[in-house]
Write a protein that binds this ligand. Sequence first.
Ligand code: BV8
Length: 254
Amino acid sequence: MALLEIPGDLLGAIVNSKNVAALTGAGVSAESGVPTFRGKEGLWRNFRAEGFATPEELATPEAFERDPKLVWEWYDWRRSLIAPLKPNPGHMSLVGFEKRFEQFTLVTQNVDGLHRLAGSADPVEMHGNIWYTRCVDEGTVRENRETPLPRLPPLCPECGGMVRPHIVWFGESLQPSILERAYKAAEEAEVFFIIGTSAVVQPSASLAGIAKNAGAIVVEINLESTPVTGMVDLSLKGPSGVILPKLLKMIESA
Ligand code: BV8
């Protein structure tokens, strides 16, 4: 297969790295059929919810407070959409990275669970996981893969109270332990990959800059340029499901 245009010295540095990290966004799941957020056929556009100017407003605690059933309808719709989908070669290649590099940390903004399904051992799920619910009163987190959900909003099997998606909404802080793992990975990486993300959501988008400032080689894989493209050492334009397998092959055969 035709390989990628990577300067020899950069490829050498990647091959010889011991500590590598990657941040993924919705673009990595796009080739599995999961709609991205901000693309033309993005999730934000395709869910018409009266009373909400943009679906992005749905991903907030205020929306849930105001209309938990509507917010759950959006998540139930997305869960049913994602349930039959499978990891793509991009997800599988990142499992290959995990096996190839001595220390590899996968940080993801994606909530679809496809990295785990592909076999990634312990992805840092910055924004939570759509297959988990959290009891609003007790805080208990449970896995729930029912699609469609029998009742909206679903109730806690323990206390009968309401449960919410175990997802980080806009305006909500990320779990400190999750943030710590992500910052540590960015600070310690010799090579930091930023793959399939529009790099606009904080604090995830700041990880590439943290890695760069700590001396890492930063590599972006995306269909288009993003706010971080200007500062990366290498920008590989194209679908991650095509580029990542080629990159892994080059690294393994170097
Ligand atoms: C927080 C959950 C502290 C819902 C999501 C500075 C500091 C702190 C906060 C902020 C700040 N500035 C702004 C904020 C507020 C906010 C924020 O970042 N707003 C943005 C919009 C400006 N951040 C927060 O609120 C965060 N909380 O910081 O806590 C705090 C506390 C209180 C008050 C203030 C601060 C919480 C952020 C979490 C939000 N939750 N989702 C849900 O998912 O159901 S974010 C949402 O966007 C998704 O989770 C998604 O993961 C994330 C990022 O989107 P992408 O993954 O990048 O997807 P997108 O569609 O945008 O782009 C796809 C990309 O892939 C494109 O570039 C495309 O070209 C590319 N692509 C497509 N196909 C392919 C491909 N690439 C390769 N191959 C392909 N085949």
